[in-house]
Ligand binder design. Structure first.
Ligand code: ZN
Length: 389
């Protein structure tokens, strides 16, 4: 079967390479992939609301909007089943199906229409259906949800997110999976948590961050050499993309100045908060916050249709969304953040695709990140699961 590697550099904004060049840093490996592969027009990939890490990684993997695949934020409350919180605790939830199947065993009012079928599951299921002699196996290196059994299937090999593992070692192991003699994989996913981490700290326009971008370029070079060394380069399809961009924080809305914090529970994080008002407080909170500048408050039924963020019981009765560049954090050392309206350019990620399945030196018009999944299925020659692409 055809081979594919999907890599995400968390928080890699669409224009970071240009910005790095402006600051005098070189990115020869990215440049070579772009020259010999396909990318997206200036403005980057249109990602999905909210432009946060877990929702968008799972959107890339499933082709479903966050409101549909059910990972509606990095942290959220499922009214039937408790609090999902992965940011600091990947170890415990990455392999628990419930959080990755859109709450299929639903007791609430919003019955899901379909169960997400991540690309690593779709790849292996196709094998079973085809009874092909060319085995299809998937390997998931730290990609969110990579260990969760779905459709009775679990990825052949996978690793929890573990920041103490060096990036080079993550690539070493991923490539080793492809050349395993007994049971090689044909699809590999890999997650790198930079430049997001330092993009938050330093802001997206910092020269220090552009130096880090040039270091990530060196990491891409490391991967390309590994592929060549293992005779994988010529027939490997490679996609490098990201979940979201990054924006400078320019002002704040302090909720305590407007609300009694004991009248509601809040989940998620700035700039998008899932607000569960206590009994009897919903109207008062809505009315009050409607008048506060630099943010929007939505009742669940009025969330803009283009967010595709309504039909899931994990979406709260009220939603607070800060305007571009505005933060809900009272004190925050960070200079950068993301999560805002997905039509804002600063939120859009980078994309490049390279290999036998992709055109060379090609620039595609802007596409949505729900379209990456059906494209990957085409590259792999498999039937996609249900999706929004
Ligand atoms: Zn982030």
């Amino acid at each position: 079967p055809s081979k594919l590697i999907l890599i995400s550099f968390d928080g890699f904004r669409w224009d970071y390479l240009d910005m790095a060049h402006k600051y005098g840093f070189e990115t020869p490996n990215f440049d070579a992939l772009l020259a010999n592969g396909s990318t997206v027009a200036p403005g980057g990939v249109m990602n999905s609301f909210p432009t946060k890490t877990l929702p968008n990684h799972y959107t890339i993997a499933t082709g479903m909007y966050p409101g549909n695949h059910g990972v509606v934020h990095n942290q959220y409350l499922d009214p039937d089943d408790g609090v999902f919180f992965l940011e600091d605790d990947n170890q415990t939830l990455a392999n628990v199906s419930f959080w990755w199947n859109n709450g299929t065993f639903d007791k609430g009012p919003y019955l899901p229409e379909f169960v997400p079928m991540p690309i690593w599951i779709a790849n292996q299921l196709n094998q079973k259906n085809q009874e092909s002699r060319n085995a299809r196996r998937s390997g998931v290196m730290m990609w969110p949800g990579g260990g969760a059994p779905l459709y009775g299937e679990v990825s052949h090999v996978w690793r929890y997110f573990n920041n103490s593992v060096r990036n080079e070692s993550r690539f070493d192991e991923l490539v080793a999976w492809f050349v395993d003699e007994a049971a090689p994989i044909n699809l590999g996913l890999l997650y790198i948590n930079e430049p997001d981490l330092h993009g938050h700290k330093w802001g997206p326009t910092s020269p220090k961050l552009m130096k880090l971008v040039s270091e990530l370029d060196a990491l891409v070079g490391y991967l390309l050499r590994l592929l060549i060394k293992n005779n994988l380069y010529d027939d490997m399809n490679l996609i490098i993309t990201s979940d979201h961009g990054m924006a400078n924080i320019t002002s704040r809305v302090i909720l305590e100045e407007h609300l009694d914090l004991s009248t509601y529970e809040s989940y998620g994080s700035s700039p998008v908060l899932l607000i569960w008002p206590h009994e009897g407080f919903e109207d008062a909170i809505y009315t009050k916050m409607s008048k506060v500048p630099n943010m929007s408050v939505y009742r669940k039924a009025d969330i803009p249709a283009e967010y595709h963020y309504t039909f899931n019981r994990r979406i709260s009765p009220l939603l607070f969304v800060a305007d571009p560049g505005v933060s809900f954090c009272r004190t925050q050392a960070n200079l950068g953040n993301h999560g805002y309206n997905n039509s804002w350019n600063d939120m859009h990620p980078f994309f490049v695709a390279h290999g036998p399945a992709f055109r060379r030196n090609h620039v595609s018009p802007q596409f949505n990140n729900v379209d990456i999944y059906p494209m990957m299925c085409k590259v792999l020659g498999i039937e996609p699961g249900p999706n929004d692409g």
